[in-house]
Design a protein around this ligand. Structure first.
Ligand code: TXA
Ligand code: MG
Length: 326
């Protein structure tokens, strides 16, 4: 059986009510969704993704009523951020209610929750009486999908339906902020909303995105988001005209740091943004990495993004993608 791709909300509702899986579009990346109140349905997600059970899932909602069913308390600063950024790429870790199965949270007393900003998925959620548990719709450890085709290519034989909402606008996963310690809100994953934007609303927050000091967010494994193609940092090598490999630059502007702008390359360099724009670069990152595998590239030399705003999230993904597979 191969997945059908389409925009049929009724069909999606049907499958999800019967504890099946549907891939859903969001503004960040595609999710692999199931009934978040049902252990059997949620177990299918782990199986399809080959995801370890210690890695908890995000619950997706479309309204405040559902939020109140799944968390016991909403700290004031969390509420201010929801007001400002929902629907949008910001996920909150809050104390969970009894309705949330342990499989969703990997046994933790907290649950991750977000309201995604995509019209198809919001209207799907409006038709359901449960939240959707959904990790990114890729095999564990690989690059996250930003089109319906990406999902089909890798999970097409494992799921019945892909709700096609076009290309994901943001292209990077949501930022995760934990309120487990209410007095010290802490960013656990950099993503679609920058730390700067969060601090504009609620003041200084902590940032703890490294696996070693942060075993509670296993999605932050050192190696993650990795294509099969090997990625190496450009500043670690000496290049001359005869050995110039494939190179991913942030933009035509930044390549000037390494080469004369009028230098002729044996391979046309690849740019994350032709316009030197961080948001555009973020939206193209994952499809660009996938493309390297599609084209069968063995090695690509990469340049990091400017380390500010959403550029920090781009660099976070690039750093993890560079780590060698175990
Ligand atoms: O943009 C996104 O967030 C996408 C779309 C589909 O919404 N979803 C996504 O899910 O990226 P996933 O499963 O690939 O990443 C979820 C991350 C994992 O790193 C997990 O460890 C963390 O959320 N997480 C989930 N529940 C948590 C909890 N209770 N405490 C700490 N981290 C948690
Ligand atoms: Mg993921």
């Amino acid at each position: 059986m191969l997945a059908e791709t389409g925009q049929n909300i009724e069909k999606s509702v049907d499958i999800l009510r019967n504890n099946g899986l549907v891939a859903i579009p969001t503004e960040t990346v595609y999710g692999l969704a199931a009934n978040g109140f049902n252990q059997t349905a949620v177990a299918k997600i782990f199986e399809a993704k080959n995801r370890p059970f210690f890695d908890p899932l995000i619950l997706h909602i479309s309204n405040a009523k559902m939020l109140n069913e799944i968390v016991t308390k909403i700290p004031q600063k969390a509420s201010q951020l929801m007001e400002k950024f929902w629907p949008g790429p910001l996920t909150f870790v809050l104390q969970k209610s009894n309705k949330v199965p342990d499989l969703v949270t990997s046994g933790h007393s907290t649950v991750a929750v977000r309201m995604p900003n995509h019209p198809l998925t919001l209207s799907l959620l409006d038709n359901l009486e449960f939240p959707l548990a959904a990790p990114s719709a890729n095999p564990f450890g690989y690059v996250s999908p930003t089109t319906a085709k990406h999902v089909f290519d890798q999970l097409g034989s494992k799921i019945p339906y892909i709700l096609d909402g076009g290309s994901c606008e943001v292209g990077l996963e949501s930022t995760i902020i934990s309120f487990e310690n209410e007095l010290n809100p802490t960013i656990l994953r950099l993503g679609g909303i920058s730390q700067e934007k969060i601090e504009e609303i609620i003041g200084k927050v902590s940032c703890n995105v490294n696996q070693n000091s942060n075993p509670q967010a296993p999605g932050q494994l050192d190696q993650h988001y990795s294509p099969y193609c090997k990625l190496l940092l450009i500043n670690n090598i000496k290049l001359n005209i005869s050995n110039i490999p494939k190179i991913l630059f942030f933009s035509p502007v930044t390549r000037g740091k390494y080469f004369e702008n009028n230098m002729i390359f044996p391979h046309e360099p690849i740019y994350l943004s032709e316009n030197n724009d961080l948001v555009e670069a973020a939206s193209k990152l994952f499809s660009t990495l996938r493309d390297f595998d599609q084209k069968g590239y063995d090695t690509v030399f990469i340049e990091m993004s400017p380390d500010q705003g959403i550029g920090r999230a781009i660099n976070d993904r690039l750093t993890r993608a560079m780590v060698k597979r175990h």
